[in-house]
Ligand binder design. Structure first.
Ligand SMILES: NC(=O)c1ccc[n+]([C@@H]2O[C@H](COP(=O)([O-])OP(=O)(O)OC[C@H]3O[C@@H](n4cnc5c(N)ncnc54)[C@H](OP(=O)(O)O)[C@@H]3O)[C@@H](O)[C@H]2O)c1
Length: 282
């Protein structure tokens, strides 16, 4: 699902269940109010950003986020901090499930790799990792505006992590930034989906870890989500028999009519999952 930023920001959370979760920044970028030049002759431009207002508990609300505008110089800093940095104009942002996790103050102890986002307020603490104001970060697609990294040059299209919910991101550690060899037949937005993190997760988890072979019987839970719908389609491509479960009648229909699942069921109506699986895989 691709939607306009103004509506996306207000409903960023409610689209979590959608098949694809992408925010198109192109229109917003065109409406940028002003440009200026810094003392060194560099171009200075408005940079709209989305910050976390307060930590989320339960279902996120619009008031958990706020939007602000800062200035950004369209040049990677000459100082040491800019060494290997890449400045990117963001084109698409991806609203992924892990972002909801990072919006809460207390993270599950079994996910030590995750840290909470810093609040936009200068008053931070409470064991929160990071003490500087920073926009929400995640995955996205962008175009390189300036670069001091040998792998990227101005004009390159890229996808990857550490792209912020903002119009321009200065990425100082581009280890998880990947160059896109763009062809016109593939929409750039696909790099937030099947060709991006959800696609990589589905592909490598299913093929490398699952080691499936033709004729295998495959069950996929959360089957209509970003990862599940891809796993089901990969499984069909190699000749597996695939059954998925999802949380609503509409999602079950989608699995059978659009994503090519052989069969699907609504898990909320099943009291005994083992019994359900025996029914679907007799
Ligand atoms: N380790 C990694 O590298 C990695 C990478 C990507 C994703 N993941 C994980 O893989 C899982 C699937 O990711 P995804 O991108 O496919 O997510 P998604 O598109 O949001 O789909 C997740 C599905 O989970 C189900 N669900 C069950 N309880 C839910 C709840 N309380 N709130 C929201 N959804 C709920 C929903 O389907 P129903 O309505 O059918 O229940 C939803 O469609 C997530 O747990 C994600 O964190 C891990």
């Amino acid at each position: 699902m691709v939607c306009h930023l103004q509506t996306c920001i207000s409903s960023a959370i409610s689209i979590r269940h959608s098949v694809q979760k992408q925010i198109n920044l192109r229109t917003l970028a065109k409406s940028m109010a002003s440009t200026d030049h810094g003392g060194g002759g560099e171009e200075v431009i408005n940079n709209k950003q989305v910050f976390l207002n307060d930590y989320v508990s339960g279902f996120p609300k619009e008031s958990n986020l706020y939007r602000t505008t800062s200035n950004i110089i369209l040049k990677v800093p000459e100082e040491e901090s800019g060494k290997d940095a890449v400045l990117v104009k963001n084109l698409y942002l991806s609203c992924d499930p892990f972002i909801r996790g990072r919006m809460q103050r207390d993270l599950p102890p079994d996910r030590p790799e995750l840290s909470s986002y810093s609040l936009g307020s200068p008053i931070v603490g409470y064991g929160v990792v990071g003490d500087i104001e920073q926009p929400i970060v995640g995955y996205g697609v962008g175009r390189v505006v300036d670069s001091r990294h040998s792998d990227f040059k101005t004009g390159d299209l890229v996808w990857g992590n550490t792209i912020g919910w903002e119009e321009y991101s200065l990425i100082t550690s581009p280890e998880y930034l990947f160059k896109i060899n763009h062809t016109d037949d593939i929409p750039l937005s696909y790099y937030t989906g099947v060709l991006g993190m959800p696609g990589m997760t589905a592909y490598f988890c299913f093929f490398d870890i699952g080691s499936p072979k033709e004729g295998d019987r495959v069950y996929v839970s959360a089957a209509s989500g970003a990862i599940g719908q891809l796993v089901g389609q990969f499984a069909k491509l190699i000749g597996c028999y695939v059954v998925g479960s999802a949380g609503s009648k509409e999602k079950v229909e989608l699995l059978k009519t659009k994503f090519g699942y052989d069969d699907a069921f609504k898990y909320k109506e099943e009291h005994d999952l083992d019994a359900a699986l025996k029914r679907y895989f007799p």
